[in-house]
Ligand binder design. Structure first.
Ligand code: SF4
Ligand code: SF4
Length: 446
């Protein structure tokens, strides 16, 4: 079973897709280090899908580790907690990577790292108390999506869910943080899985890991051997194996219909660090306040897996790991789907999993040349799309063609740009085209 069947729901003509790309996972065996406390943390109120949080502290307030500093205004949001003990030194507005404004709460650490005295493990005994606990945990999709986990575990068709999928594919090059979670916290992963299976009444769980993570596969297979509800599912190492619908197809054989949520095929999928964070929260009551990052790239002197307080500024991460030269490009996330940053005082948010810094040599933007109609972008697309046709429609302002070209199912994986010999900015065009189609109210038809 592979990528060859995934095209079926795209309704287009391709039968293959995805890429074998260099992994660059040189930090896979680097144990997690802890960043010394920075001079300040800059806690963004936008760290999840949904409504931004509203600051619930004021300048001059004392906060502990785990004190709520941002309150979720609606159910589709997630509270935000201080990652340090100290004093709130400011509440300001900044521009983030997408050029939009957002509110930040700045906290100066007192160095004591005292936990909030009110923190204790939540009392969980059934579905309702489990969901209530998650709503206070600060946990969102930590693979990058940032979807509030308390919302994710209560789909309308929960009684039909028969499989919990744990996404440990980590298919993006360079990133090794999920791999470290498997190796360093296998028991909290299993604790979180057990809670999900028990309180959501799901009979089985598949822990999905790409075949390039042999140590993680061996350890989790051994650890889960005594629980017949849990299996380890080894998947081919092929980008973008960790994309939601592709992983579901390859792990279960089920195809998510176009425009539908993945729960319609009877699965709930959680990232491995997300489920491990659930385990930690249930055991301790400490909400999510820190995050492990892979810090790598050819401009980094000492690549690391580094656990940092949420709100640490990118520049503090770079300074700690050291720079061989002034980086030309700094990316939050992996090189395929991450976002290049235009300033390094921007803070780490909870769904970040990597900081990559590249030299001018590697970051140089190649010259764009005319399309040679080689078709490589079509072969590479895991969703069976024709990026070249979408690109042509975009350039000619033929936006009415987008729906028929299925641009709404593009997952932004970057495979088309990666293979294009003419170095055309296909992924960027896909993103813009998808936005235009969405704004028109079309797309997503079943
Ligand atoms: S970015 Fe979109 S169009 Fe390009 S390969 Fe990925 S899914 Fe296909
Ligand atoms: S890979 Fe690039 S050059 Fe080849 S068809 Fe696609 S857009 Fe054109």
């Amino acid at each position: 079973m592979g990528f060859s069947d995934v095209f079926k729901y795209a309704g287009t003509r391709q039968k293959t897709g995805g890429l074998k790309i260099r992994h660059h996972k040189d930090t896979a065996n680097f144990p997690t280090e802890y960043l010394p406390l920075p001079e300040q943390v800059v806690i963004s109120m936008v760290q999840h899908t949904g409504a931004p949080c509203v600051p619930c502290v004021e300048k001059g307030d004392h906060v502990y580790v785990g004190t709520m500093v941002g309150k979720a205004p609606t159910a589709m949001s997630m509270h935000i907690f201080s990652s340090v003990s100290g004093t709130v030194s400011g509440i300001e507005r900044i521009f983030h990577k997408a050029g939009m404004g957002e509110t930040i709460v700045i906290v100066k650490p007192d160095g004591l790292q005292e936990p909030d005295p009110s923190i204790k493990p939540p009392e969980v005994h059934d579905f309702t108390s489990f969901v209530d606990a998650l709503s206070m945990s600060g946990i969102v999709g930590l693979g990058g999506a940032g979807f509030p986990t308390d919302i994710k575990v209560q789909p309308k068709n929960l009684p039909d869910i028969d499989t919990l999928l744990i996404n440990g594919a980590e298919c993006e090059p360079y990133l090794t943080t999920d791999n470290r979670e498997f190796l360093e916290h296998p028991d909290t992963i299993l604790y979180g899985i057990d809670a999900c299976l028990k309180y959501l009444d799901i009979p089985k769980c598949l822990i999905c890991i790409e075949d390039n993570k042999e140590a993680a596969i061996d350890l989790m297979t051994k650890k889960a051997a005594s629980d017949d509800r849990i299996d380890v599912c080894v998947l081919q190492s092929r980008y973008p194996q960790g994309a939601q619908n592709i992983l579901i197809k390859n792990a279960t054989g089920r195809i998510v219909p176009r425009g539908a949520r993945h729960t319609v095929v009877g699965v709930i999928m959680l990232n491995v660090t997300t489920v491990s964070s659930i385990g930690k929260y249930l055991q301790t009551g400490m909400p999510l306040v820190s995050k492990r990052l892979t810090v790598a790239g050819d401009a980094i002197e000492n690549p690391k897996n580094l656990e940092v307080p949420i709100g640490t500024q990118i520049k503090d991460v770079l300074n700690y790991c050291g720079l061989k030269e002034d980086p030309k490009k700094v990316i939050l996330g992996g090189p395929m789907m991450g976002v290049a940053q235009f300033r390094t005082d921007y803070p780490i948010v909870r769904q970040n999993n990597g900081v990559l810094a590249f030299s001018e040599k590697l970051a140089k933007t190649p010259e764009i040349t005319p399309c040679i109609h080689c078709g490589r972008c079509i072969s590479a697309c895991p969703m069976g799309l024709s990026p070249v046709e979408i690109g042509m429609a975009f350039e000619r302002y033929e936006f009415d063609k987008f729906e028929g070209l299925n641009v709404d199912i593009c997952i932004g994986c970057g495979c088309c740009s990666y293979v294009c010999p003419a170095k055309r900015p296909l992924t960027e065009v896909m993103t813009l085209s998808k936005g235009i189609l969405k704004k028109s109210g079309k797309g997503g038809k079943k």
